[in-house]
Design a protein around this ligand. Structure first.
Ligand SMILES: CC(=O)[C@@H](O)[C@H](O)COP(=O)(O)O
Ligand SMILES: NCC(=O)COP(=O)(O)O
Length: 250
């Protein structure tokens, strides 16, 4: 089964933020991605707004609502009160909760579900009461019991943190080990009723093997590698290349 592709616009926003100028235009690249068949857009606003700015969110919401009503908006981030209010105002189809600290350069681990179960349960209920699907960022370490705890929070999905796999681009043996761990985590999640997303450092090169091991992957969100390719191939062609790597036919 093909995975849906959600294009993460953080890297485009980071390029824009180098200057006090409105380009590259985040909404324009979001439109190009959706026109090329991406299933949705992802943003990961951080408190310092170093990538996506809070003011980008209503613009992207309107883009989807007005011109791509079948697409989904996915907002990722650490659930501070400000973040939760932002989600409640924007009403994305999906919120992905990530345990990252504002000082982190990027997301680099999943939740400790046992430790944060009560907090996550309360947060998941708050978001779901407003109609948002909730996904929890999870380490792909094969810990089936941790995944069962994730299920008990009431979340709909987990998003497998694929960074360690993406980092194995020059080490096929280690990549095989990482895929095995990700696969076992996905199996445990699917067995207890969670759907499975994936993301971080995914590329056209490393997606097919992941898809082969986890054919039930519902969605991948991809930003860094996709933006790098867009510099070479353009956004539309890049989205088509990633869709093919997700197993989509068109
Ligand atoms: C949760 C996750 O892996 C992504 O949201 C990632 O953090 C992308 O954000 P940056 O590209 O801004 O690091
Ligand atoms: N959830 C992962 C994501 O949105 C994109 O991560 P990356 O491709 O920028 O590493």
């Amino acid at each position: 089964m093909p995975a849906k592709l959600s294009v993460n616009l953080n890297a485009i926003a980071m390029l824009r933020n180098r200057r006090d100028l409105p380009w590259p235009d985040v909404a324009r690249f979001g439109r190009l991605a959706l026109e090329a068949g991406a299933s949705g857009l992802t943003v990961h606003p951080r408190p310092d707004q170093r990538h996506i700015r809070f003011s980008d969110l209503p613009v992207l919401r309107a883009l989807i609502d007005d011109d791509f009503p079948r697409a989904e908006f996915n907002i990722e981030g650490y659930p501070t009160e400000d973040f939760l209010v932002l989600c409640e105002k924007t009403e994305p189809e999906q919120v992905t909760l990530v345990p990252d600290d504002p000082s982190q350069a990027t997301s680099d681990h999943g939740w400790d579900f046992r430790k944060h179960k009560a907090f996550l349960t309360e947060t998941v209920a708050r978001l779901k009461s407003k109609g948002m699907r909730v996904s929890l960022f999870a380490d792909g370490d094969g810990d089936a019991e941790a995944v069962a705890v994730a299920r008990e929070t009431g979340a709909d999905r987990i998003e497998l943190y694929t960074g360690p796999y993406g980092g194995c681009f020059d080490n096929p043996e280690k990549a095989t080990q990482e895929i095995d761990l990700l696969g076992r985590t996905a199996d445990a999640a699917l067995a207890c009723g969670l759907a499975v997303n994936g993301g971080h450092d995914l590329t056209v090169a490393n997606l097919p093997a992941l898809m082969k091991r986890i054919p039930m992957l519902a969605e991948v969100s991809i930003g860094h590698g996709l933006t790098a390719d867009a510099l070479e191939y353009g956004m539309a062609e890049t989205v088509r290349r990633f869709r093919r790597a997700c197993g989509q036919t068109f």
